[in-house]
Ligand binder design. Structure first.
Ligand code: F6P
Length: 320
């Protein structure tokens, strides 16, 4: 394979730049030409491809976001948009494509694969909701951002004897909540994978209060069915405690990637290029038990995600 391309798609995540850097430099090392596609599938349809060199990726390993920009492309879902994307790959004589993104983006990669494109998928999302890899690129950074926010909120919650609900991202996955909640010493963690029991939450908070623990942190994943505002009101009404809420939002998606995310990005970026170089495609590449592993792209999206969420039991033991 002589000429490949890379795009980032869906929600950005810290470490996408480190991944692009690894891909570009590994490709050049293998004597391959490498093209960057801007704005994900949207930019592919519009023909926003340009050749990259070593210098195109200088000084980006530490930067959050993605220099290639990203988009959620509705156009790509249409027959016309999809055909244009395919034609664009042909016009630029792209022989292999690396897609960095979350589950929606990798589903797009499967469509391309079915249409005959040689494609490799890499897990770029803060949500950690891709079962084929222990960790997605950006998750560790997002968890550390949340952790720092929990520390700040805890200071003021303790001073005011308040209970504070901190809503974190993750789409339908509770991994950010679990990881940041456990490491931040949250009293309660709420995830979409476990039913939210309001009576139980109120019982724990009142018992804690009776034991002299007058402030508590609840980390709640955004995918939990009951809204954070409703939870805040209901808990306050039922317990008589003072309850506040904070929605962390997009601060979780930005920031300089942690060492762990940069390492993951570097390893997976290199592996993606190596596979294409060896004419292997239709794979999703992740890290399992510390080792870089690739599995079928379609299969990777059919797996069930049960990685981190099972750790919730630790909260009851460690935070009571
Ligand atoms: O997939 C990453 C993510 O940040 C989710 O955690 C969140 O639900 C979603 O993207 C937000 O998407 P948007 O950028 O379209 O608002």
């Amino acid at each position: 394979m002589k000429r490949i391309a890379v795009l980032t798609s869906g929600g950005d995540s810290p470490g996408m730049n480190a991944t692009i850097r690894a891909i570009v430099r590994s490709a050049l090392c293998e004597d391959m030409e490498i093209f960057g596609i801007e704005r994900g599938y949207e930019g592919l349809i519009a023909g926003e491809l340009s050749q990259m060199d070593r210098r195109s990726v200088s000084d980006i390993i530490q930067r959050g976001g993605t220099i290639l920009k990203t988009a959620r492309s509705a156009n790509f879902m249409t027959d016309e948009g999809f055909k244009r994307a395919l034609n664009m790959l042909l016009s630029f004589q792209i022989e292999g494509l690396i897609v960095i993104g979350g589950n929606g983006s990798l589903r797009g990669a499967v469509e391309l694969m079915d249409a005959g494109v040689k494609v490799i998928g890499l897990p770029g999302t803060i949500d950690n909701d891709l079962p084929f890899t222990d960790f997605t690129i950006g998750f560790d950074t997002a968890v550390n951002t949340v952790l720092s926010a929990i520390g700040n909120v805890r200071d003021t919650s303790a001073s005011h004897d308040r209970t504070t609900i901190i809503e974190v991202m993750g789409a339908k996955c509770g991994d950010i909540a679990i990881y940041a909640g456990i490491t931040g010493g949250a009293e309660i963690i709420l995830t979409p994978e476990h039913e939210t029991d309001l009576n139980e939450i109120c019982r724990v908070l009142v018992e804690n209060n009776n034991k002299g623990k007058s402030s508590s942190i609840i980390v709640k994943a955004e995918g939990v069915e009951v809204s954070t505002a409703v939870l805040e009101r209901e808990i306050a009404e039922r317990t008589g405690l003072e309850v506040k809420m904070v929605i962390l939002g997009y601060i979780q998606r930005g920031g300089s990637p942690t060492a762990s995310d940069r390492m993951l990005a570097s390893r997976l970026g290199y592996e993606a290029v190596k596979l294409l170089k060896n004419d292997v495609s239709g794979k999703a590449v992740g890290v399992v038990g510390g080792e870089v592993k690739s599995i079928g792209l379609r299969e990777s999206l059919e797996m069930e995600n049960t990685k981190i969420v099972d750790l919730n039991f630790l909260t009851d033991i460690l935070s009571s």
